[in-house]
Design a protein around this ligand. Structure first.
Ligand SMILES: C[C@@](CO)(OP(=O)(O)O)[C@H](O)COP(=O)(O)OP(=O)(O)OC[C@H]1O[C@@H](n2ccc(N)nc2=O)[C@H](O)[C@@H]1O
Ligand SMILES: Nc1ncnc2c1ncn2[C@@H]1O[C@H](COP(=O)(O)OP(=O)(O)O)[C@@H](O)[C@H]1O
Length: 288
């Protein structure tokens, strides 16, 4: 059995520039992986089938599963005769703004590349992954990157300064399409992407905290007020900065001391059942 780690991502910035004729939005996002990860087990099958097992009751085990779609795409594109049993040990909350499904698809591409001895480059896998979803190419590379286009154009960035990340997910799932649809393009407060990139280059923690911004946050908060409630609680318990990730509803906060981490974590645990304290992974090569 081959095991591959599929980490969650957070969006340090998420900006929307305009709506494209293909109905996607042109975005500019600084993304980074965090150490909250699904584990994907891959086993070779000689009957050519792709079979999915998932530890989560809510993730589909059929062709709606993004890992299944990734495997079929790779198999058909490269005319592979073998199959695979793909076991997904789910740790990343589903429909949370943390790219769990995209990361499972990306890990499947990386893992099957090994299992089926395809010797494809990481760039080829990322290009293929764009057919599954906009966040899949970033997840193929991992680490920290600027994502543009509809999210599939990836430019590597330096790892963020070291700190703790607290994630809290209210008990709702959010549809990404619905949140993008709700965005009023006439009235956007754009985050300062360049400033965030400078913060990463200089490993400047306080500038990173100041530069966080996500144009989808107000859309999700107006549909689901509990997201704003969690963000305010996080700030009240003492994080240095907090932001919603992706289309939500997960909110993340940063602290740079362990004593404050414990205070925030325990405070949030009092009224939110899905709270995680993790490290950023930061670098591309941390995807063993
Ligand atoms: C918002 C983000 C930020 O990282 O993440 P999540 O909240 O999903 O984690 C991403 O842009 C989500 O990427 P992903 O979840 O892969 O989206 P896709 O499957 O490609 O698209 C789902 C739907 O979202 C909308 N969409 C997505 C990407 C984009 N640049 N513009 C869009 O308008 C479209 O309506 C599309 O049909
Ligand atoms: N392997 C998978 N893990 C999680 N969700 C999946 C997977 N495959 C398909 N999905 C579906 O993708 C949708 C989005 O899930 P997810 O990727 O967790 O969220 P997000 O896009 O907010 O980061 C869910 O409706 C879920 O049913």
């Amino acid at each position: 059995m081959l095991y591959i780690k599929a980490p969650a991502k957070i969006n340090l910035t998420l900006d929307v520039l305009y709506k494209r004729p293909d109905q996607y939005h042109e975005v500019e996002m600084v993304m980074t992986t965090v150490d909250l990860a699904d584990r994907i087990g891959l086993e070779l099958r000689n009957d050519g089938k792709i079979v999915i097992h998932s530890s989560s009751g809510i993730v589909p085990e059929d062709d709606r599963n993004l890992a299944y779609q990734a495997a079929i795409l790779l198999k058909n594109t490269y005319n592979v005769h073998e199959g695979a049993t793909i076991t997904i040990h789910k740790e990343i909350p589903v429909a949370a703004g943390l790219a769990g499904g995209s990361s499972d698809a990306a890990a499947t591409l990386r893992g099957l590349n090994q299992l089926w001895n395809l010797n494809l480059s990481i760039d080829t896998l990322a290009e293929l992954g764009a057919n599954i979803g906009s966040d899949v190419p970033f997840c193929v590379y991992g680490g920290t990157a600027l994502a543009t286009g509809r999210g599939e154009k990836i430019q590597p960035l330096p790892a963020p300064p070291s700190c703790w990340v607290i994630l809290a997910k209210p008990r709702i799932g959010v549809s990404t399409a619905k949140i993008y649809e709700g965005l009023n393009l006439e009235n956007i407060e754009h985050p300062n992407t360049k400033q965030m990139m400078t913060a990463l280059e200089n490993k400047d923690y306080s500038l990173m905290c100041k530069s966080l911004g996500n144009v989808l946050e107000s859309v999700t908060c107006s549909l689901y007020p509990e997201v704003a409630v969690i963000k305010n609680q996080m700030i009240r318990f003492g994080v240095d900065a907090a932001l919603m990730s992706g289309s939500g509803p997960t909110v993340f906060g940063f602290v740079d001391s362990e004593s404050r981490l414990n205070r925030v974590y325990n405070g949030l645990k009092g009224f939110c059942d899905e709270v995680y304290a993790v490290r950023m992974l930061g670098e591309r090569n941390s995807l063993a």
